[in-house]
Design a protein around this ligand. Structure first.
Ligand code: NDP
Length: 418
């Protein structure tokens, strides 16, 4: 097989498909399915060995009010119930007065790492002495970002131990995510370190920590809004706060708590053509910032109000990367009325908070399955091959069963077809 795939990258998508079909036995129908999903425009050029375009459904969450503005939120996800829960959570938070969100700062940090350092102070002193020169070198490596009002801001060193030292460069990347411009600047700084400090560098790359791109979303909900009866509402508020507290105490629960937040965050980040692996890594690193993995959000009772806070590192961009190449991103930016990365950061944090509110409230009241049931059953109907016409009928029949399974779904579908 290795010989057949030699120079695979030089072949056209059509030739790649033909080779895959021949060597892996893809049927005519499978080949057609791959071909029919070919992307438009330049999207195939984004990656290597392009074959086809893997489709994920996109929907919109509604009812969001953030800092007094109403938003419709494009979300790309394969998971049922995520968009329904986001819209439902947002509706309740909007009735409560809406979400407030603020960006703490928007900078990117990158590292030039040195190894085999004998005396840390010698590197630290040299960098301190040459910081203006190093910042100038970084500026000259990508001058257009300086013209745009951004560029390198500061440089410092950190002793990592075991002879490793990190020279950290902080850059204002304006509206971009900034990975490539940062890496270009770091490599220029590394060249100077090697030629003038005479110390070889191990590697140079941005950090995905995102801790200088923090955004906080907050909300305050009257307890009375949580149920028709005030006693019930107080119980819901108390249980919701307790559920949030458990995510602070128990890493096993915190992972699931945060996964629920990322359901909404990732869906919006993907819709905006951004690097969701970067956002995922940053979020989980931030969740363990004090040494224990904890829930990213926090819910407290303050008198007769329930307050929720979510802080996330959100190093996203509204230009560059895949944002112009993926055809739907600019339309999604228009749908969400996003004109700046700061606005996007605030909306993402707000979506995470609404998603978390909806999940926690469901969890401590009806349980998570009740709300999810219809969507999960729809998925089951599709899994067993129901057509779009059959899905509603089969879903209704499956909903009448206690805990429907695949065998029952197949059986019912057979009956519908007879
Ligand atoms: P680009 O390389 O596309 O750079 C952004 C470009 O946007 C700049 O070069 C700039 O052009 C242009 N631009 C236009 N308007 C503005 C503006 N207002 N502010 C800032 N820039 C503007 O993308 P990024 O550097 O943002 O890198 C993002 C990509 O890098 C993502 O696809 C990511 O997946 C990938 N990546 C991620 C890594 C990681 O996370 N570890 C590592 C490597 C890559 P001009 O040159 O004219 O200034």
């Amino acid at each position: 097989m290795e010989a057949a795939f030699s120079q695979f990258y030089k072949r056209t998508p059509k030739q790649r498909l033909a080779l895959l079909a021949e060597t892996l036995g893809l049927s005519e129908a499978e080949q057609q399915a791959l071909q029919q999903r070919a992307a438009q425009g330049d999207a195939p050029l984004l990656i290597e060995n392009y074959l086809t375009t893997y489709q994920l459904p996109e929907g919109v969450a509604v009812n969001f009010r953030v800092n007094g503005h109403d938003y419709v939120v494009p979300m790309v996800t394969e998971e049922p119930s995520v968009i329904a829960a986001a819209s439902n959570g947002a509706k309740q938070l909007t009735i409560a007065g809406g979400i407030t969100a603020a960006v703490h700062s928007r900078l990117l940090t990158g590292q030039v790492v040195l190894s085999d350092v004998k005396v840390y102070a010698s590197i630290d002193d040299w960098v301190a002495l040459h910081q203006n020169e190093l910042l100038d070198v970084a500026k000259q490596a990508h001058p257009s970002i300086v013209t745009r009002g951004g560029g390198p801001k500061s440089i410092r060193t950190r002793d990592l131990g075991e002879g490793f030292v990190s020279i950290d460069l902080t850059v204002d990347v304006k509206a971009a995510m900034g990975a490539n411009m940062m890496n270009t600047m770091l490599e220029a700084v590394a060249d100077v370190v090697q030629s003038k400090l005479h110390h070889t560098t191990l590697f140079s790359i941005l950090s995905n920590a995102g801790d200088q791109s923090l955004t906080t979303a907050t909300v305050s909900v009257p307890v009375s809004q949580l149920a028709d009866d005030l006693d019930d509402a107080q119980q819901v508020a108390k249980r919701l706060v307790q559920a949030s507290r458990i995510a602070q105490l128990d890493p096993m629960r915190a992972v699931t708590h945060n996964k629920g937040i990322m359901n909404g965050v990732d869906a919006l980040v993907i819709a905006m053509g951004n690097d969701w692996r970067a956002i995922e890594s940053a979020a989980h690193a931030f969740a363990v910032k004090d040494g224990q993995y904890r829930g990213l959000s926090d819910w407290q009772l303050a008198g007769d109000r329930l307050t929720g806070t979510l802080t996330l590192p959100l190093p996203v961009g509204t230009v560059g990367g895949a944002t112009k190449v993926l055809p739907l991103v600019s339309i999604n930016q228009k749908i969400a009325r996003i004109n700046s990365p700061e606005e996007l950061m605030k909306l993402i944090a707000a979506v995470g908070l609404a998603q978390n509110f909806a999940a926690l409230k469901a969890l401590v009241t009806s349980g998570i399955q009740q709300g999810h049931m219809k969507m999960q059953v729809r998925s089951l109907a599709m899994t067993v091959g129901a057509t779009p016409q059959e899905v509603p009928v089969l879903t209704e029949q499956l909903m009448a069963l206690k805990d429907p399974n695949e065998a029952q779904a197949k059986q019912l579908l057979k009956q519908i077809r007879n």
